[in-house]
Every structure is written in C-alpha cells, then in structure tokens.
Design a protein around this ligand. Structure first.
Ligand SMILES: O=C(O)CCC(=O)C(=O)O
Length: 295
C-alpha cells in the first residue's frame, strides 16, 4: 500500500495555537562574524539567540519522549552496566508531536539557519532528542552528521539546542574545527561505539582524541539555555560522558539549503518518502517542509 503523503505540520491546529503565543524571531540577528565563523570553522556558537519561552516549551515534551521510551537509551548498544544512567536518543519527533513540529518549523531556529546557510530556501530534514542523564558514562563517539543522511550537497547543518546549562564535564559537544572542509565521506558508527553501522560505506572515522593534529583543533563551549550551536553536516564532532550531577538535555534540528539533493546510501535506515524519490531529486516538500522563507 502507498505510504500516506504527509500534511504540512503547520496546519495542525495545535501547532497554530502554540506558535501564536510564542515569539517567532531570534533575540538578535546573526552577525557577519558569526556567518564567517560557521563557514571557516564548521561550527559557531550563537549566544543568547533563542527566547526562553521556546526552551521552556520543549522541556516537558523532551522529558515525555524520554520517559515513554520513544527516545531510546543507547546503554545496551554501548555495553555499559544495566543500571548506568541513560543516554537517550530519538529522531523525527516533529512528525508526531505538535510542540516538536512547531519548534522545528516555526521557531527562531529557522531564521538563524537561513542566515548561516544563505541561499533562497531552507527545508527541515529531521530533529533529534539527545539526553545524557547525570552520571551517564557514555561518550558520543566522533562522527559527521552527513554520514547518516541520504543526501548530497553542501548546505546542510545541525542546530544543537541545550535545554540545560552544559559544560565539558556534563557532556557538551566538541567539534574538530575546519573538518567540514575536508573532502572525506566517513562511515557512520553506532554513535555510542566506534562500531560502524552494518552495510554502510565510507572511511573509518579517525581517532580524534588520539591524533594530536585533530585534538589540537577541538573547540567546545560552556552553553546556557538560549544559546544555540550550529555545525556543518561534515564537521567531525562527539561529546564526553556526563560526569556531572546535572542532566544534559538537548534537541538537535537538522536543516538543508538550496543545493541539497537526495542520495540513497546503502545500510542507512530509511525515512518517510525515501522510496518516492530518486537520486538527484532536490530535497523538498511534501517530505521535508520548507521552513524559510516563512509561510
Ligand atoms: O548530543 C550529543 O551528544 C551529540 C550531538 C550530535 O552529534 C548532533 O546533534 O549532531
């Protein structure tokens, strides 16, 4: 049977009502220096851009998807002790939950991304909940997001939105500055181990911490709710365990720009609509909502 064509999440009355009560613009514009940093380093920290109302509105839904198991504890995959504090991850919550749909399609994130990617349009690719509980022993292993996407093209980025203050001891992300400029396709791993996803292709991700030249290029930030980091999909990044007594909750939202096209890659999980497109088709509606220019 044919898969149903998705409807625009912004027509959902629950999304409309939610968005009506929230600010739709960032607290400030992205600066020219921040755009340059993104393109040069493959990552930029945008301090104090997201209104607190938006951070607050996603906190309870994040806790719900973690509590319900929709975001899955990756502990068993990592082989840690059964009762180890969890590192929970999930994708595509926007497809099922009005708050995530509003956040990914109508929040100030879309203006931030449009400013950084440039070009004429931005589409939503996916969102992801990433919660490292206090004391979670699991590092996020180094990877590039591009490895996990059935995509080709340059204008692809991830916004990483902290819901709690985060520091290296609580597992804030770290990035290899400039790695997005290297013309390498890395093989995707299981995120909490270096084990590659079976059937996928690409070069093995280097041992970043064990390679002085790469380790010297690591950049990380202490972040607060309201800050947003944005990295290029080819930027190598990972995150330490959460050694602190604080939760490290984050939502990642991934977007595409003008030049991005589908490319089916072996071994990766499918996604809605992927069987309806062929390699070279531009990313777009109905499977990936256009979020900018705003409608
Ligand atoms: O939150 C994490 O630990 C990893 C985040 C990440 O890899 C991403 O959002 O692309």
């Amino acid at each position: 049977m044919d898969a149903p064509t998705p409807t625009d999440p912004r027509l959902d009355p629950a999304v409309v009502a939610l968005v009506a009560g929230l600010p739709d613009r960032p607290l400030r514009a992205v600066t020219v220096e921040e755009v340059e940093t993104f393109h040069r380093d493959g990552v930029v920290l945008l301090r104090g851009v997201l209104p607190e109302e938006w951070v607050e509105v996603v906190r309870a839904p994040v806790d719900r998807v973690v509590g319900s198991g929709e975001a899955v504890d990756m502990g068993p995959m990592a082989g840690v002790e059964e009762d180890a504090p969890a590192f929970s991850g999930g994708v595509d919550h926007w497809r099922h939950h009005p708050t995530f749909a509003a956040f990914a399609t109508c929040s100030p994130l879309v203006d931030l991304v449009a400013a950084l990617l440039g070009g004429t349009s931005v589409h939503l690719w996916e969102d992801s909940v990433l919660v490292k509980e206090a004391g979670s022993p699991m590092p996020t292993h180094f990877h590039t997001d591009a490895s996990y996407f059935h995509l080709t093209g340059d204008r692809v980025c991830t916004t990483w939105v902290p819901l709690d203050a985060a520091t290296p001891d609580s597992g804030v992300v770290r990035w290899v500055r400039g790695s997005h400029l290297e013309d390498v396709s890395y093989r995707p791993n299981l995120f909490v181990t270096d084990e590659p996803i079976p059937g996928t292709e690409g070069e093995v991700v280097p041992d970043v911490l064990g390679t002085p030249e790469l380790a010297a290029r690591l950049v990380t930030f202490d972040v607060e709710p309201g800050d947003v980091t944005v990295h290029h999909a080819r930027t190598l990044h990972g995150a330490p365990p959460n050694h602190s007594d604080r939760r490290r909750r984050a939502v990642s939202v991934r977007y595409t720009g003008d030049d991005v096209r589908y490319l089916h890659k072996p071994g990766l999980p499918g996604r809605p609509g992927l069987d309806r497109v062929v390699d070279g088709d531009p990313v777009g509606e109905p499977w990936c909502p256009q979020v900018w220019p705003r409608r």
